[in-house]
Design a protein around this ligand. Structure first.
Ligand code: CA
Length: 222
């Protein structure tokens, strides 16, 4: 899953980026409003973390503009002050959630997971696909009680396919949602990762869960 951070406080933005990358998310960062607006409108983010007080274009203006432009990506607003007016106008402008600084990183993670589930048919943090169990809070994957050890990127791919299970996902969209804007989209890296997770999840089992849809992409399905 790919997350855009729009935050001019560089140290905070970098801490959030580092933490999210360690969790396996692909992260883009904008340190000012103009760049944030551009990335929010042009990159396929799954979540936007948007600070309100920004130099240039402020967060509330960005939010209104992207909603007007039809961008429906879930937005978590960040604010330094816990005022009711800010919350009301943020939520009225199309924000999905709200965090007051300072906040605990674990709380941000929980809210991100909740928002990612909102647009998915998956509604809890523990998901079963056949005999495969994906625990999205603990980042653990098991098949028939056997723990499967995955790298952060392998896990991210499994999680993305789980949240979009029963849907055919093409290589371009998988790449876009697993890597940030610095990554070259022409690469066949997705095939490499699909092979790796297949070896770990499907090998040795009669029932395959990761399917290749010829000419279209891949799908996680029971
Ligand atoms: Ca700020």
């Amino acid at each position: 899953m790919r997350i855009l951070i729009v935050e001019d406080e560089k140290s905070l933005a970098d801490i959030i980026r580092k933490g999210l990358e360690e969790e396996g998310y692909a992260v883009d960062v904008a340190y000012n409003g103009e760049e944030g607006l551009y990335l929010a409108e042009n990159e396929p983010s799954d979540i936007i973390i948007l600070d309100i007080m920004l130099p240039g274009v402020d967060g509330m203006t960005i939010l209104k503009k992207i909603r007007k432009a039809g961008v429906r990506t879930p937005v978590i607003m960040l604010t330094a002050k816990d005022t009711l007016m800010d919350k009301i106008s943020g939520l009225d402008s199309g924000a999905d959630d709200y965090l007051t600084k300072p906040f605990l990183f674990e709380e941000l993670l929980a809210r991100i997971r909740a928002l990612l589930r909102r647009n998915s048919e998956v509604k809890t943090s523990i998901v079963e696909i056949g005999d495969l169990v994906i625990d999205m809070a603990a980042h653990e994957v098991r098949r028939r009680e056997k723990n499967i050890s995955l790298s952060a990127k392998e896990y991210a791919l499994v999680e993305y396919m789980t949240l979009n299970r029963n849907k055919v996902l093409n290589r371009a969209s998988l790449t876009e949602h697993l890597y940030n804007q610095d990554f070259d989209l022409d690469s066949n890296i997705i095939d490499v990762f699909i092979n790796r997770i297949r070896n770990k999840i499907d090998r040795g089992f009669d029932k395959k869960l990761i399917h290749t849809v010829r000419g279209a992409g891949y799908m996680m399905k029971e």
